[in-house]
Design a protein. Structure first.
Length: 111
């Protein structure tokens, strides 16, 4: 156990001990924060946040970087498709001139 000496108000040293429970609690809290950050952004809830006209940067903020992307230009029209895939869900979003034109959400059915 680690100990620290602190001067009390009357000048008498007081030993503070950082107990095992406190250390374990701190480790558990840190682990919980790490796992919260690891969750997939490919969800129905996040898909619903994306609307026609949403910019590519806004979509990236909502869903993160796509797992696949493609671009195309025909004359003055430029666009592309971004795709996000997880084990059971796929989101595809089509952009024209940097804004959402269409979107699709597909969830695999359990077998």
């Amino acid at each position: 156990m680690r100990a620290a000496t602190v001067e009390a108000s009357k000048g008498v040293p007081v030993r503070l001990r950082v107990g095992r429970k406190a250390r374990m609690g701190a480790i558990a809290l840190l682990a919980a924060l790490v796992f919260v950050g690891c969750g997939s952004k490919v969800t129905q809830e996040n898909f619903d946040k994306v609307q026609p006209g949403t910019t590519q940067e806004e979509v990236k903020t909502i869903l993160g970087a796509p797992t696949e992307s493609s671009t195309a230009s025909i004359g003055f029209i430029s666009g592309g498709t971004w795709i996000w895939k997880t084990g059971d869900a796929t989101i595809a979003i089509q952009f024209v001139h940097g804004k959402v034109l269409a979107k699709q959400f597909e969830r695999k059915r359990p077998q």
